[in-house]
Design a protein around this ligand. Sequence first.
Ligand code: FAD
Length: 473
Amino acid sequence: MKPKERLAIPRQHPKELSPEERIHNFKEVTFGFDEETAILEANRCLQCKKPACIAGCPIHNDIPAFIALLRERKFEEAYWKVRETSTMPSVCSRVCPHEFQCEGSCVRGKKGESVAIGMLERYLTDWMVANGKNMYRECAQANGKKVAIVGSGPAGMTVAHILSHQGYQCTIFESLPIFGGMLSVGIPHYRLPRDIIGAELYALKHCGVEIVYGTTIGEDKTLAQLRQEGFASVFLGVGAHESRKLGIEGEDGTEGVLHGVDYLRRVLSGEDLDIGNRVVVVGGGNVAIDVARVALRRGSKDVFLLYRRTKEEMPASKMEIHHLEEEGVRIEMLAAPVRILQENGKLTAIECVRMELGEPDASGRRRPVAKEGSNFIIEADAIIPAISQKVRHNADKGVELASESWGTYRVDPKTLQSTSVEWIFAGGDDVLGPQTVAKAVYQGKVAAESMHRYMQGIDMLEGRDLTCYMVDW
Ligand code: FAD
């Protein structure tokens, strides 16, 4: 096919459940491509000599190579090409914010629409499942060394995956009774079906990874105790699970005030939580959108977002915003809460203020400024601030572990080794702050390599590929 012909093919869009079909359940919203659509979309790739998409992918997947194989219908080979770099393509293909990562760098996006890289990756993983193909690598001979991993999110999963395939006996300690970190208790089923997470769990068990649920490191057992029990090295992948607060009157102790990730964890863990009909979600990121869409699916009739800037400045992905609005959630822009009103300890209403956009701030976005005298009241049954999260420091109790002033663990950025305790490594949201699955996977890969070098007495940096550190993502 000539480049001109490739350029003439429009981007293919997946089918989706209609809003009416999906707002009362947790069924997956987006369907995968069928074979012919996948081939057509793959034919849009220009196979650039200097592929910007690879640099845009936090895991550095060889995107042109897997797309070239896909369009030759070598689906199994294409899948394994992705697996050379990614531990969990079934997850990443569904939840990565592709528009800001690989697809955001695709040259086709400069003068039109980028190649649907995420959907193509998803096609491969779905094809492997549908055709009953083996998706597991061979396990290695045990090497006699034990590794402890704290947290079963994508960072911890990646460390366990890589080190167990190198012969280390890995044990994951997880506070919750559920596996998967934010994949299970943050990202709702309609974006990431639970059988996908189940397959990741199975892949780890397949190579002998042990998972100890309901054990909070720092409370039920300390890091020092793990060391005494013979774990040669420990990985901290505890994420960022503490909700940031609005810091307004009435936020603490009022019934009807819940915080974003706490609400999601409770609902997605199976709690039958009724928060009433009128729900105000505060924030403009993906977490706020997930909260609003989950509240809708849990039966709240009137759900809306309160956001202090305009829709253009919302950090959430365009697709998520589109789905949110399709489902009937309103976005109340240029407004912020200033006080929570209550009667007998129960929320009745929220006092808000109108905002206007001033000069750009450090993030480059125009700073919202409150308009004097513009206060107004919104009656509500529940308010759910979903403005960000920070690291909860319970794991490191009893160990002097260096942290940054904003609360993340301080590590050597090239190796992810703690700067204060040499047998401890950390990565994912507890080092980066709330970020993405792909970045957690990438840091899991870096940490696993470092832990291996540390345990085998190999130089931490010699001969190591550090190209990813040069990429600004
Ligand atoms: P986590 O996934 O947070 O896992 C940490 C685990 O450690 C948890 O299971 C926790 O219970 C456990 N833990 C904590 N402390 C202890 C302790 N002391 N002892 C034992 N266990 C402990 N990213 C995307 O790329 N795409 C998305 O669409 C997306 N959507 C998101 C939606 C929501 C609502 C949220 C909250 C996040 C979303 N993210 C998304 C971000 C993504 O989920 C995280 O960046 C990623 O999960 C971080 O991985 P992690 O392994 O560092 O930590």
